[in-house]
Design a protein around this ligand. Structure first.
Ligand code: SAM
Ligand code: SF4
Length: 334
């Protein structure tokens, strides 16, 4: 379907839990994490009803995320059912990779096509510092298992102040050796992420170009996301840059998000959206659910305002003020 700004919306990110087995500094606080009550989290049946209604509106690709999606029991069955929905062409996942070692094969068999694995450094000590947990070896095992099971793999590195030249070059080398694209994601001022500032794309590219003389922008299509890709080392290495804050890609934004407690969130940087859990639990029909979603998706905000404190043209935008709006990324799903 199209929104009021003429954008085609065909991508739904579904957060299945706000729980996580890591505590990445930019995403969740160390302690005092206010977790949702279990009964507030959508059941898989409720998620599937929303996904089916979305498919009826033109959603073609679904990303399962969290929190850490692999910590929720039964997630593989959910994926199997998502892939079976008429109209859904691709189901993928964003994960920290810790549990992939034991789950990758079953995930691939359930119809999942690819995993984006979040890994912010290849240095185990820094990994511990960033995530507050000692799980680096598990993630590396997970990446290997995902590749072996036939899942397409990309690494996502959230760029923090601490990201240094050595990290960038280690990822570049890793990409060359393993044929895995590594994407650097600019930190967004959301939740805990407000405390961190990003190394910018120009600096990242400069580091890469100092080491590799043949860094070239890649025109090869690599999914429908907003990353700009560069190849190097005779095309063996591939780095992607995702810069949501400084290089706005709102004009081409194709996505909406479902939080684990059932809020349909229209833009990362806006409270705009609607609570779907209450109508679901009050017996809304499939047709009325689809209408409700259509009505709200149509109103997707035109752009984010990460760089300005004021609401700008978004002032006056409608939103469902019964829902919690001040979220950390583990609650939104990234
Ligand atoms: N636990 C899974 C994972 O880490 O991939 C899925 C959920 S996590 C919230 C999804 C993505 O959001 C991760 O790649 C993480 O690095 C990213 N993220 C979290 N907080 C962020 C922020 N403030 N700015 C940019 N990316 C962020
Ligand atoms: Fe967990 Fe992912 Fe957030 Fe890290 S980024 S704390 S792995 S939800």
């Amino acid at each position: 379907m199209r929104d009021e700004n003429g954008r085609t919306i065909d991508y739904l990110r579904i957060s299945v839990t706000d729980r996580c087995n890591l505590r990445c500094r930019y995403c969740m606080p160390e302690e005092g994490v206010a977790l949702m009550n279990h009964e507030d989290i959508l059941t898989y049946q409720e998620i599937l009803r929303i996904a089916e209604a979305g498919a009826g509106l033109g959603i073609r690709r679904v990303k399962v995320t969290g929190g850490e999606p692999l910590v929720r029991k039964g997630v593989i069955q959910l994926i199997r059912k998502l892939t079976a929905i008429d109209g859904i062409q691709d189901v993928t996942m964003t994960t920290n990779g810790i549990l992939l070692g034991e789950m990758a094969q079953e995930l691939a068999a359930s119809g999942l096509s690819s995993v984006n694995i979040s890994l912010d450094t290849l240095d185990p000590v820094r990994f511990h510092r960033i995530t507050r947990r000692d799980c680096f070896a598990d993630v590396m095992k997970g990446i290997e298992a995902a590749g072996k099971s036939g899942l397409m793999v990309k690494l996502n590195c959230a760029v923090m102040e601490e990201l240094c030249r050595e990290d960038v070059l280690a990822f570049a080398e890793y990409s060359v050796k393993n044929g895995i694209p590594v994407r650097f994601i600019e930190m967004m001022p959301i939740g805990q992420g407000r405390k961190y500032h990003a190394m910018d794309n120009e600096e990242l590219l400069a580091v890469l170009s100092e080491e590799y003389s043949d860094v070239r922008i890649s025109t090869e299509p690599r999914g429908n996301g907003p990353a700009v890709y560069y190849t190097f080392a005779s095309g063996a290495g591939c780095i992607g840059l995702i810069s949501a804050v400084h290089h706005k890609f709102c004009a081409g934004c194709n996505r909406v998000r479902l939080t684990s407690d059932g809020f349909l969130k229209l833009c990362l940087d806006s409270p705009a959206g609607v609570d779907l859990r209450t109508p679901l639990r009050s017996g809304i029909s499939d047709a009325a659910l689809k209408d409700l979603m259509e009505q709200w998706i149509r109103k997707k905000p035109e752009s984010h305002h990460f760089l300005s404190s004021a609401g700008g043209e978004e002032e006056g935008l409608l939103f469902d003020d019964t829902a919690e709006q001040c979220l950390n990324m583990n609650q939104i799903g990234g």
